[in-house]
Design a protein. Structure first.
Length: 79
């Protein structure tokens, strides 16, 4: 997925708590995601982050998550 032309906007989608911990124990949701990704040859990149419950407000969690994604260079830096 690439940013839109000229507007520097990047859409992205997240799945919160798609995998139950402790892993590597799998679950049905995770298996469905992997099966679909394999079918369309889409690589899945996973990261370990703090759970949303660790934050006082959900908006703080999203700010934290965006920061992690920017540090990993998975979404572009602010313009």
């Amino acid at each position: 997925m690439n940013p839109t032309t000229g507007n520097h906007f990047q859409a992205f989608y997240i799945m919160i708590n798609a995998i139950k911990y402790p892993y590597p124990d799998s679950n049905k949701k995770f298996q469905m995601i992997n099966d679909c990704a394999e079918k369309f040859d889409i690589p899945i990149l996973g990261i370990d982050v703090q759970p949303p419950q660790a934050f006082h407000d959900l908006s703080l969690y999203y700010n934290y998550l965006i920061s992690v994604l920017r540090l990993q260079k998975w979404i572009p830096e602010l313009q």
